[in-house]
Write a protein that binds this ligand. Structure first.
Ligand SMILES: Cc1cc2nc3c(=O)[nH]c(=O)nc-3n(C[C@H](O)[C@H](O)[C@H](O)COP(=O)(O)OP(=O)(O)OC[C@H]3O[C@@H](n4cnc5c(N)ncnc54)[C@H](O)[C@@H]3O)c2cc1C
Length: 406
């Protein structure tokens, strides 16, 4: 008799596969679970305790073929689209949030390079990415904080390139990535929008990185960076001299918001799985009952799972919608509303669910280890840009039909 029939005979309801994985992505999800279980999970606590960059885990992700997932197959990528990207981000995050977050930022940087870059730049940089080079996005600056699209730094023209001077407040993979897309202003641009993207290699002179000592995502290396008189040759300018805000809205925000929403969904599921496991295993000697046998605990687990699935449903519906838009030649910049919502919801949800997971785990959950780590990691979501306050404002403005952007 097949296993499922046995399970059905026992009256145990199975969670259908389609509920947690969009159709057609089962194979990559399974592969990502395998990488997560065998390569990410056991390194995750060490990375957290020692603030160690998850280089080995990222290497294993690349070796599994996930180094350039959104890049077309014609350029050696996996061409997963947004849906496959979200499936992978969610799955990796169940095992190691830092690896998943570094990978999301890397994927967003790679896709920006691919979309805004020239054919020559694609040929020069994408093969390195497929072989394991890591990219980062250096946008946020201390002067403008959460308003990372309003950077104050600049890079005037100099000889056959630009002289970059910039202070960056948070850069995921700072000092660890092989290259960064640095967002700055071009004072020489004739365009109204002065934003310019420069690709800076990690070993260039004039770069300094500072440690990241944070509550969670401790392996991320998301510390400040300074770029002092860094010369960037013109061939490493990605896109136009000014006018790059479009790529913020059409490429970086959509990928970043969807990817992080998927990460927070995965972090919440990882926390809940750990809590469920603990609740089943912990048996009180006096009553002979497991923690999972208390109805109040089971209700809490159910409420948490429903919340996670609300976020997961939004993540996959949004991702599939984004794939559809791109297939039909539409600009994502005109369809940001659901993408803002999904990140806001996932980042709120993970705070609530990781708290519930800790509560049902009792004192064990409070001890340094898996459950409290998920809580600390997940807390980053709401403060990462665009922050939940800013996103709610954009959503609210759109609802009352006033321009979302001032
Ligand atoms: C773990 C981590 C990784 C990160 N990685 C990167 C990265 O790789 N690259 C990068 O460029 N940046 C990165 N960031 C920066 C991130 O995107 C935000 O820019 C940053 O977290 C904002 O912090 P701040 O201290 O500058 O906030 P502030 O701007 O000082 O904000 C403080 C508070 O005010 C609220 N607020 C600010 N402006 C408004 C407004 N207009 N309306 C309503 N409320 C507002 C904020 O929501 C927040 O609650 C990272 C941040 C973290 C925490």
């Amino acid at each position: 008799m097949p296993a499922t029939d046995t399970v059905l005979e026992k009256g145990i309801m199975q969670i259908p596969k389609w509920w947690s994985c969009p159709s057609g992505y089962e194979e990559i999800q399974e592969k990502a679970h395998f990488v997560g279980k065998s390569e990410l999970l056991h390194r995750s606590s060490i990375s957290d305790q020692q603030s160690l960059y998850p280089r080995e885990s990222l290497k294993k992700i690349t070796e599994a073929g996930f180094g350039a997932v959104t890049v077309p197959a014609s350029h050696g990528g996996l061409e997963t689209g947004f849906t496959g990207f979200a499936v992978l981000a969610e799955t990796f995050a169940q095992y190691c949030a830092s690896s998943a977050m570094c990978w999301v930022m890397h994927t967003a940087a790679t896709q920006t390079l691919f979309e805004a870059g020239t054919p020559e730049q694609r040929n020069r940089f994408i093969p390195g990415v497929i072989n394991g080079e890591i990219g980062g996005l250096a946008f946020s600056e201390p002067a403008t904080g959460s308003h990372f699209w309003n950077v104050v730094s600049s890079a005037p023209r100099q000889r056959d390139g630009y002289l970059l001077n910039a202070d960056k407040s948070f850069v995921t993979s700072a000092g660890e990535a092989d290259w960064y897309i640095v967002c700055t202003n071009s004072p020489d641009s004739t365009l109204e929008d002065k934003l310019m993207f420069l690709l800076v290699k990690n070993d260039q002179e004039g770069i300094e990185c500072f440690p990241f000592n944070a509550m969670g995502l401790r392996g991320n290396s998301s510390g400040p960076m300074t770029f002092k008189d860094v010369f960037v040759p013109r061939e490493n300018r990605i896109g136009t001299e000014g006018g790059m805000n479009y790529f913020n809205e059409n490429t970086i925000d959509p990928l970043f918001l969807l990817g992080t929403a998927a990460v927070w969904t995965g972090v919440a599921q990882g926390a809940l799985n750990t809590a469920i496991d603990g609740a089943k295993k912990k048996v009180h000697a006096d009553t002979g009952k497991s923690v999972a046998s208390y109805q109040v605990i089971r209700h809490e687990l159910a409420k948490a799972q429903i919340l996670i699935d609300s976020s997961r449903s939004m993540v996959y519906r949004t991702a599939q919608g984004m794939d559809e838009l791109v297939r039909n030649g539409h600009s994502l910049a005109e369809h940001l509303f659901p993408i803002w919502q999904v990140k806001t919801h996932a980042a709120d949800m993970v705070i609530q669910v990781t708290n519930q997971a800790l509560q049902v785990s009792g004192g064990r959950g409070y001890l340094t280890g898996q459950v409290e780590k998920y809580l600390r990691d997940g807390r980053a979501g709401a403060v990462m840009g665009p922050t939940n306050e800013i996103l709610r404002e954009w959503i609210g403005r759109s609802l009352v039909e006033v321009p979302w952007f001032e």
